[in-house]
Design a protein around this ligand. Structure first.
Ligand code: SAJ
Length: 415
């Protein structure tokens, strides 16, 4: 059994921090590294920057037991886990700057028998490219894929699969895919994750693991796009889409997802492009789904405008985050809806968002948009638009006065 005496987790974001915390709570010494001094200080004082069930309590216990400490720079370790963002640029091409910086930052600390695992979502071929990049910086070490099974440093891709809002539960129980550059890389990676998860560990090669992860998120994007397309058809033909989906899903082999104001977050709107850009002619379906979902905020704005009593009516918007019960605004369709809406109306927009203390910069410089509590937002407005399915908003189902026009973009007030 490999001995992982110390693990260095690079990136303490929504994946890296729970990963660091969960290994530390299994008794492994963990150094969590982040380029942000603010995050390092917060973590060392036991405060999680992200809202995530159970994370706070597990972080506190990891810090108190001294198994976890955060630092601005990496140090020597037996395993390095890279969990840094891999966004798209404006043209939807992958931006691997953070991953390159993370791999460059660990290069000076590598020793023979080390393991490097990339958890970040990456285009196909990136794990091998990172091995080549490290081999150039550290010619004194043998990296996998370069010399038959003589590698001194092992490298694998094991993509995170956890759902924000259920990260702790899913990290410890979901199956994982492990794609080593060589079978030895996969074996070692499986031994590492066995310390912190009871899920099955499926071993494959790095390129396959990269494509598996991208396929999972593209699959979800396409299925949400289908639901969104149905909602446009239903609204044109005056049919209740929620009832259609509920009844269609009674079929044993049908499971249509939920339409909404669009697809947000930092994964599902991004990852399908990693496939599409590497094979543009082969991916019309993936690209169409992306476009359907990206156009949803505009369609929702048109629907709201059609239902306004007049253009100077005040509008209450419930929710800003990209989905319910999280505090994450990245790529949020709710923010896009409000940004577009303000240009079409002359009344005020009252926003209620229990998970956020201040409006994001894209909305805060518009005087007619204000962040207020839910009661005030509803009281001041003629129209109430539900944009994010937070539980507190779902619970309002029977409490919106009859005099208000309701627009439920998530189908949670139906029935
Ligand atoms: N959404 C809909 N309709 C639905 C489901 C979701 O409009 O029926 C919207 C949400 O409101 C949100 C967006 O899609 O705006 C994405 O939300 P999500 O809950 O589907 O997914 P994420 O981005 O929070 O997490 C996904 C997950 N991937 C899959 O389920 C295949 C998660 O397991 C991944 O680990 C994560 O991406 C990631 O980091 O890649």
């Amino acid at each position: 059994m490999a001995n992982f005496s110390r693990i260095c987790v690079i990136g303490l974001g929504y994946i890296g921090l729970p990963t660091a915390v969960l290994f530390a709570n299994q008794g492994v010494e963990v150094v969590g590294v982040d380029v942000s001094q603010e995050i390092v200080t917060a973590v060392n004082s036991g405060k999680a920057p992200n809202v995530e069930p159970q994370l706070d309590i597990l972080l506190k216990s990891a810090i108190e037991s001294k198994k976890l400490r955060a630092s601005i720079r990496p140090e020597q370790a037996s395993a390095f886990i890279l969990a840094v963002p891999t966004p798209c640029d404006e043209k939807n091409f992958p931006d691997l700057t953070c991953l390159h910086e993370a791999s460059d930052s660990i290069a000076p600390f590598l020793n023979p028998s080390n393991l490097i695992v990339i958890e970040s979502t990456i285009p196909i071929g990136t794990t091998e490219a990172i091995a080549n990049r490290l081999a150039i910086t550290r010619p004194d070490l043998i990296f996998p894929g370069r010399s038959n099974n003589m590698a001194q440093v092992n490298i694998a891709h094991s993509p995170e699969r956890v759902l924000p809002g259920k990260i702790i539960q899913e990290f410890t129980s979901n199956d994982r895919v492990i794609g080593g550059i060589t079978p030895t890389c996969s074996n070692l990676t499986a031994k590492l994750y066995r310390l912190a998860t009871v899920g099955n560990l499926h071993q494959t090669n790095a390129r396959t693991a990269e494509m598996v992860k991208l396929s999972e998120n593209a699959y979800r994007d396409i299925n949400i796009a289908f639901a969104n397309e149905l909602s446009l058809v239903a609204s044109k033909l005056n049919v209740d889409v929620w009832e259609v989906i509920k009844l269609a899903n009674q079929h044993p082999r049908v499971n249509i997802l939920s339409p909404g104001p669009g697809v947000g977050g930092h994964c599902i709107p991004v990852d399908p492009w990693f496939i599409a850009n590497s094979a543009p002619n082969e991916t019309p379906l993936i690209q169409t789904a992306r476009n359907i979902n990206d156009n949803m905020p505009e369609k929702i704005v048109n629907r709201i405008i059609d239902m306004l009593p007049s253009l100077d009516s005040n509008i209450c918007c419930l929710g800003l985050t990209y989905k319910g019960n999280v505090n994450d605004l990245r790529g949020s369709p709710a923010v896009k809806v409000i940004q577009l809406l303000i240009n079409h109306v002359i009344g005020n927009i009252y926003v209620s968002e229990p998970y956020i203390n201040a409006l994001p910069p894209t909305l805060s410089n518009e005087k007619r948009i204000s962040l207020v509590n839910t009661k005030a937002a509803i009281d001041h407005s003629a129209v109430v638009v539900l944009l994010t399915d937070h539980q507190e908003f779902i619970d309002l189902r029977h409490q919106i006065p009859e005099t208000k026009i309701r627009i439920d973009t998530r189908g949670v007030w139906a029935g």
